[in-house]
Ligand binder design. Structure first.
Ligand code: K7E
Ligand code: RUQ
Ligand code: CUA
Length: 653
């Protein structure tokens, strides 16, 4: 070691002492020196050892986190907490060419509301596709709270393939959650609104504003939601909230929280108190319990009503057929989380210090015996709270969400007001450990923690505030995801990760070995439709064709040529560029950017992408590849020449 340092020092004199001296000092530094210099403790070193992933190393789990207002999904690894990808979903995203190429524009256009193209979404809850209640790593779904929509993401290429618009909701929150075999993707309303989407005065709130749970039918072979085979169950104008599907013992049922069951409408002009006060008059709200398997049969039996061309099981039908029940729950609940064995449902109320553990067996027995404690104003049977409960446990102030451990009966609850995570035993009803969070935790996520077999090991706390945890970057702070080691009795905080892209809500983590994404597309692939592109072309066959007044350019991309290198059209033409990346090598993506047209493409190996646009001004428009793909990357360029009308090329002498 010493001799190496000497060698470096002696060599360094020839090159300049300052620089080389620093290098030598670094290599001579011991672990103790580094700890002293950086003020690290033994505990810090242990945490580093648990999270640090050396170059080339891979992660054990992959996290798919909602991206909040960014309308995207974030992908990062655990335990390294390295961000790997943003998946563009509801928002145009130039790196992926999303919303810039014709193929992805079609996907975004599926999400139009009232004919309007929306350029963002508020993503809250990603859901992984499941087989027998286990994550299978094939599909990911995510909701848009602001504009009730659900997106389908293919985990073969991490691309958004479909967006469906909810036909009856104008506000939602309780999505996306899947049934144990991904038969349905569940979406529940947040704020009630008229299904008609017409103006209805607030005086008719109780009668004409409605909530719902929508069950989107997922066709696994096609990898798409089938809106025509989907249905909803009508609900009262309570503010519905989070949902979860039953599993194993409770398979066939789904559970949806609610708040403001007072059906309170605020309004300064009315002289009434604001929502906050008006929604806290009662002691309890309602957990909704729906038999979705029976509901699907009712639809098949023709017992649904068409509303906006969508099958809706009305409340009257749901009550008559015995598929909808209410159970009181502590005021303003948030999360509702079914235990891995499906036997218990844990609900935590923000305005309460308790988490309530409901017993599915007890609830089912009450339903079977028709032992009801009354009905709500709409005639929906209510089960008795005490008779439905397994236990209630004091977990802290402002409990929100629950995630399960691999060890039986162990659950972790996020405590918003106290900024803590509480670890507790829900079978025996006792608190085991608490850890402080920085700050104000919303959701939390354990590894595959909402499946029938959680993997334990790590927990991530998705915090609402970062405050002083990172270097200041102005008034808008990044989010803070904190990694917690849960492999031992005591929880240990081991990493802080800033997330600078919208406010994440829920996230799901899957064992990395369950994901098998492809590294290239079959050549000439339309990735958004999952089929060969009609615009694909082979090297040597590049050409230009005019059809229906549109100049189609069938081009290729390969190191280090864009073919064609020159495209010449007359002013006023519409051009449709189709580029196929004919590379075979992994990670050889080529981009395509051109001056002045808001056109920016990403062609991963094999992919065919298109951009159609009008050229109305004569001029010279350079284009080039945006990915540094080879030593001759800068040479990967060309010109779009737009000639004036009637232009004749001069004879070359
Ligand atoms: Cu608690 Cu939308 Cu799940 Cu935010 S939600 S925290
Ligand atoms: S060039 S290597 Cu713009 Cu510096 Cu990219
Ligand atoms: Cu292709 Cu740079």
């Amino acid at each position: 070691m010493k001799s190496t340092v000497k060698k470096i020092l002696s060599v360094s004199t020839a090159f300049g002492i300052g620089l080389a001296w620093t290098a030598a000092a670094w290599s001579a530094e011991s672990l103790d020196d580094v700890m002293k210099r950086r003020g690290l403790t033994q505990k810090d070193l242990l945490a580093a050892a648990k999270t640090y992933t050396p170059t080339g190393g891979r992660d054990e789990f992959l996290v798919f986190s909602s991206g909040g207002q960014s309308g995207q999904v974030l992908v990062y690894g655990i335990p390294s907490m390295r961000i790997l990808k943003y998946i563009a979903v509801f928002t145009p995203e130039p790196w992926q060419g999303y919303g810039f190429d014709d193929e992805s524009k079609e996907v975004l256009a599926q999400g139009k509301i009232g004919g309007k193209q929306l350029n963002y979404g508020d993503t809250h809850h990603p859901a992984m596709s499941e087989t027998n209640g286990e994550y299978d790593g094939e599909w990911l779904f995510i909701n848009d709270k602001a504009n009730p929509r659900v997106a389908v993401i293919d985990l073969k290429d991490f691309e958004t393939k479909q967006i469906v618009v909810n036909p009856i909701m104008s506000s939602e929150h309780g999505g996306a959650f899947v049934t144990p075999n991904t038969e349905y993707v569940i979406e529940a309303t947040q704020y009630a609104a008229p299904y008609s989407r017409d103006f209805v005065p607030l005086s008719k709130f109780n009668d004409e504003y409605r909530g719902a749970v929508t069950y989107w039918k997922f066709n696994r072979e096609a990898g798409r939601i089938e809106p025509e085979n989907s249905f909803s169950v009508e609900l009262p104008p309570y503010s519905q909230d989070l949902s979860d599907a039953g599993k194993l013992d409770s398979d066939g049922w789904s559970f949806t929280n609610s708040f403001c069951t007072e059906r309170y409408i605020g309004g300064i002009e009315s002289g009434r108190p604001p929502f906050e006060a008006g929604c806290s008059q009662k002691d309890t709200d309602f957990l909704h319990m729906i038999n979705w398997k029976r509901a699907a049969e009712l639809v098949a039996e023709g017992k649904a009503t068409k509303i906006n061309d969508h099958d809706v099981i009305t409340m009257d039908t749901a009550i008559k057929e015995g598929i909808l029940f209410l159970i009181p729950e502590p005021k303003s609940p948030h999360g509702v989380d079914v235990s891995p064995d499906g036997k218990f449902i844990i609900v935590a109320g923000k305005l309460d210090t308790h988490a309530s553990v409901y017993s599915f067996e007890k609830m089912k027995a009450l339903i079977d015996a028709k032992d009801f404690a009354g009905t709500d104003p709409y005639g929906i049977p209510i089960l008795d709270l005490k008779k439905s409960l397994h236990t209630q446990v004091q977990v802290g102030l402002g409990p929100l969400h629950n995630q399960y451990d691999s060890k039986p009966c162990i659950v972790y609850t996020s405590i918003y007001v106290d900024s803590q995570v509480t670890k507790w035993n829900y079978c025996e009803g006792k608190v085991l450990d608490k850890i402080s969070i920085h700050y104000n935790i919303g959701h939390l996520m354990s590894m595959e923690g909402d499946t029938v077999s959680p993997k334990g090991h790590y927990l991530v706390s998705l915090n609402k505030l970062a405050i002083d945890r990172f270097n200041p970057v102005g008034p808008l702070h990044p989010q803070n995801h904190q990694l917690i080691d849960i492999s031992n009795d005591k929880m240990e905080l081991i990493y802080d990760m800033p997330l600078p892209l919208g406010e994440p809500h829920y996230a799901v983590a899957i064992s990395a070995d369950k994901l098998k994404p492809k590294i290239r597309y079959s050549t000439g692939w339309n990735s958004r439709k999952d089929e060969r592109s009609e615009y694909r072309v082979r090297p040597g066959r590049e050409r230009t064709e005019v059809a229906d007044g549109v100049t189609h350019v069938y081009g290729t991309l390969i190191r280090s040529h864009i073919t064609p290198e020159i495209i010449q059209v007359e002013e006023g033409s519409t051009v449709s560029l189709h580029f196929t990346n004919v590379e075979r090598a992994e990670d050889e993506t080529h981009g395509f950017a051109i001056y002045g047209f808001n056109v920016n493409l990403s062609a991963e190996p094999g992919k065919t992408v298109s951009a159609t646009f009008k050229v109305d001004k004569p001029g010279v428009y350079p284009y080039y590849c945006t990915e540094f793909c080879s030593a001759l990357h800068l040479e990967m360029q060309g010109y779009l020449l737009v000639t004036p009308k009637g232009y004749q090329a001069e004879e070359v002498a």
